[in-house]
Write a protein of this length. Structure first.
Length: 55
């Protein structure tokens, strides 16, 4: 068995494909969670701005 054919068979195997799909879902979920954290933080910054004192 040549080395290249082993790699091709590994990539085509169902457990490997499942692992790649699962890893992709986790990475996308983490990216979305990090993005939402920044959006919430920006909203909090805007909410806590003190009004200028009226003279």
């Amino acid at each position: 068995m040549r080395k290249n054919s082993f790699v091709i068979e590994l990539v085509k195997s169902p457990p490997f494909i499942f692992f790649i799909v699962l890893a992709s879902i986790i990475i996308i979920g983490l990216a979305i969670a990090k993005h939402r954290e920044r959006v919430v933080q920006m909203k909090e910054d805007v909410l806590y701005i003190q009004p200028k004192p009226s003279e």
